[in-house]
Design a protein around this ligand. Structure first.
Ligand code: SF4
Length: 386
């Protein structure tokens, strides 16, 4: 594939494919792709040509093998959906673009390009469906604090989300939502893709402002919301992204959990010392958690006995390491027999490339080792100087 100017602009041109085109798709899926592929095109613009070459082969295989999973569900749905949008974005760079799964995407004008279609209807973000109502004032206010996407709905889970890692707040200040994040921050799925969409970021920052700056009101609203019958016997995942950034915030959640005995809660966390100090000996009955590797406190986890999750490059790697695959249900992170929980990395090409064949745990160990060696050398220099 030759590097050629993207004369349709940074988002390329992505339109509905003619009805008689190969590999047609459901209208929901087409709408999602019309929304997602231009963003992937913009995101992948800076990849080198050899990477593009390699990804093109991977993308064609993926669309052929998992196109149906992505549309209609199945074991690979979650990973396949985003990966396919990225795959189409890569294939759009070829001369004549790509026509597949109900859309046509290209970067430059070419013979036989489909005619423009009317603008697609606004799409809900499938990862974080923030329910909102528009008041007569024209202002939108969140109707619910908890959200649910199709993957979570399938397993009866609702979700509370914050922004990931260090973010700029509306007043220009910066705040670290994940104080113990380590290597994970460089490989975090919640810092790329749909999480960077303006509306998604705004919803997550709104959540953060509520629970950080007005904890009593957050506790009141969340406790009130959890009284609704839709949550009876359901699970709440505390944080799709973000963390228990302070003692006060964690204790607030523990009070909310105790006030909601008919609801179950779970989380992944890298706040190991905070949990060992505040939760382990005083956990609400309806709360389960899974430590998560890739943070600055990994060394505090006894990986032979304590439940923990590691992110592997793929399912094969986690099975080879004797970890339980949680792809089928995220609840396996806290309900699986084995305390060793394996998560296949999201199919985001530049993050996969960065991770290589390592896991978050092994990358963090290497980083910790490097830091220890650096400190030892600095210590030696100090001793010699005195
Ligand atoms: S702790 Fe989680 S949300 Fe925060 S940076 Fe790491 S992976 Fe992302």
């Amino acid at each position: 594939m030759q590097p050629t100017p993207d004369t349709h602009g940074p988002f390329g041109r992505v339109v509905t494919a003619p009805e008689d085109s190969p590999t047609p798709a459901s209208s929901t899926w087409v709408t999602w792709l019309l929304f997602m592929v231009p963003l992937c095109i913009a995101e992948l613009r800076d990849l080198s040509e050899p990477d593009i070459e390699r990804l093109s082969t991977w993308a064609a295989d993926l669309i052929a093998s998992h196109g149906d999973d992505a549309q209609y569900g199945g074991h690979h749905q979650r990973s396949a959906r985003t990966a396919i949008a990225q795959g189409l974005a890569v294939l759009a760079r070829a001369d004549g673009g790509v026509t597949a799964l109900g859309i046509h995407a290209c970067m430059r004008p070419h013979v036989g390009a489909p005619a423009p279609h009317p603008p697609a209807p606004p799409l809900r973000n499938t990862r974080n469906e923030m329910s909102e109502s528009t008041k007569s004032t024209g202002r939108t206010t969140p109707k619910r604090l908890l959200t649910q996407n199709s993957d979570l709905r399938r397993i009866g889970v609702f979700n509370w989300t914050l922004p990931a890692f260090v973010i700029e707040m509306p007043d220009g200040s910066h705040f670290n939502v994940c104080p113990q994040a380590g290597v994970c921050a460089q490989l975090c799925y919640a810092r790329v893709g749909t999480y960077r969409f303006k509306n998604v970021r705004a919803a997550h920052i709104r959540n953060l402002l509520l629970c950080r700056d007005n904890p009593e009101e957050f506790e009141r609203q969340m406790t009130e919301e959890l009284r609704h019958k839709r949550y009876v016997d359901k699970w709440i995942r505390v944080h799709d992204s973000g963390e228990f950034f302070s003692d006060e915030y964690l204790l607030t959640w523990m009070r909310i959990m105790r006030s909601s005995p008919g609801v179950r809660f779970y989380c992944y966390t890298k706040e190991i010392s905070r949990f060992k100090r505040l939760v382990v000996n005083d956990a609400p009955d309806n709360f389960l958690w899974c430590y998560s590797l890739g943070g600055k406190e990994d060394h505090l986890i006894d990986v032979s006995t304590e439940r923990h999750a590691d992110v592997f490059p793929d399912v094969e790697a986690l099975i080879a390491a004797d970890y339980t695959d949680q792809t089928e249900s995220d609840l396996l992170s806290v309900l699986s027999d084995s305390p060793l929980v394996g998560i296949p990395a999201n199919r985001i090409p530049h993050l996969l490339k960065k991770q290589g064949s390592e896991t978050f745990g092994s990358l963090q160990r290497a980083r910790d080792e490097k830091l220890r060696a650096k400190k030892a050398v600095a210590g030696q220099k100090f001793t010699l100087a005195h």
